[in-house]
Design a binder for this molecule. Structure first.
Ligand SMILES: C[C@](O)(CO)[C@H](O)COP(=O)(O)OP(=O)(O)OC[C@H]1O[C@@H](n2ccc(N)nc2=O)[C@H](O)[C@@H]1O
Ligand SMILES: Nc1ncnc2c1ncn2[C@@H]1O[C@H](COP(=O)(O)OP(=O)(O)OP(=O)(O)O)[C@@H](O)[C@H]1O
Length: 284
């Protein structure tokens, strides 16, 4: 067991494009989506112990321990490996919840990767991703840790190298349920599947955005305000929206002049996740 206390990052992701190419018999949707990470993270400080128990502080408001994806990921790993070790996890929650930035999935992925290290389980990335997808469709990309086109329901990953621009991320004041967006009868579900080369060279859009804009006026107002200044679109099933800039100073000056109702922060796109950076450069 690695007993040293380590502060592990759990970064957010953006869907730079998101196309729905069909629906499977089980109701899940086949996607073609481009994931990039941003340098804006939750942090999990992990202290491994021999208790067999998983404790997390502080609690997340409205999320009981048994529903916390960090707890679920740790339990899944214990069950899969019959490991009798435990851990105390201190969570610094910086990512907005239910915003399409994948914070819950990222926390779960970081838990799997970190406990695999602390408990010295030696599970492969593939095994961790197979366990992780049970917790959420986005967990495998966070375990992969490299910008990628995801296909299937999000589990088939091909690494790609999009530009790493600066972003202004806006967080509209509304919670959007992912299942509700996928249930919407007006959702476009028949986008033609394209080659990776075509996908990377075309203009990038998000098939969920028109329905979400229609049903959530806060999202529509945010996108329309930002579009006056920079290319802007929604990530995932919303509600967060990102505007793209070549220079950090342009993102920052737009954030400064944005109206009070627009809650936002600036960050940079990264093709290697901070979690992967830590694993490959600092812990090897
Ligand atoms: C749309 C994305 O945000 C893209 O990054 C993700 O694929 C959604 O990932 P997530 O929030 O982890 O979603 P999950 O918890 O796996 O799925 C929530 C619900 O969304 C619907 N869902 C999700 C993913 C998918 N490819 N097809 C779907 O139809 C299903 O009804 C599912 O029950
Ligand atoms: N550790 C966790 N962090 C955030 N949310 C969690 C966590 N554990 C459970 N949840 C639940 O998961 C829900 C979705 O959280 P999350 O922040 O991942 O949404 P999201 O950013 O919209 O994700 P996605 O882009 O994958 O749809 C939350 O509303 C919360 O109830």
């Amino acid at each position: 067991m690695h007993i040293e206390k380590i502060r592990w990052p759990a970064p957010a992701k953006l869907n730079l494009f998101l196309y729905i190419t069909g629906q499977r018999p089980d109701g899940y949707h086949n996607l073609q989506t481009l994931f990039q990470f941003i340098d804006h993270c939750d942090f999990l400080t992990i202290n491994a112990n021999k208790s067999g128990k998983i404790s997390i502080t502080p609690e997340i408001a409205d999320v009981p321990l048994e529903s916390n994806l960090i707890y679920k990921a740790a339990r899944l790993l214990q069950e899969h490996t019959q490991c009798s070790l435990g851990a105390h996890i201190e969570l610094e929650k910086n990512l907005p919840m239910g915003g399409g930035l994948g914070g819950g999935s990222s926390d779960a992925a970081t838990t799997l990767v970190a406990l695999n290290y602390h408990w010295q389980l030696n599970l492969s990335e593939r095994t961790l991703a197979t366990l992780g997808v049970k917790l959420g469709a986005d967990v495998p990309i966070f375990i992969h840790g490299k910008a990628a086109i995801a296909e299937g329901v999000g589990e088939k990953l091909t690494s790609v190298f999009p530009k790493q621009p600066h972003y202004l991320i806006a967080v509209p004041n509304c919670h959007i349920s992912t299942p509700d967006v996928f249930k919407n009868p007006f959702l476009k579900r028949d986008t033609k599947k394209l080659s990776h080369e075509q996908l990377m060279n075309n203009k990038w859009t998000n098939d969920c955005q028109p329905c979400v804009k229609k049903n959530y006026p806060e999202v529509a107002k945010t996108i329309d305000w930002l579009l006056e200044y920079a290319p802007t679109q929604m990530t995932g099933t919303g509600a967060c929206v990102f505007s793209t800039f070549e220079q950090a100073c342009d993102a920052e000056s737009l954030a400064e002049k944005s109206p009070n109702w627009l809650n936002c922060f600036t960050t940079k796109g990264v093709n290697v996740s901070p979690l992967r950076e830590l694993l490959t450069t600092k812990l090897d």
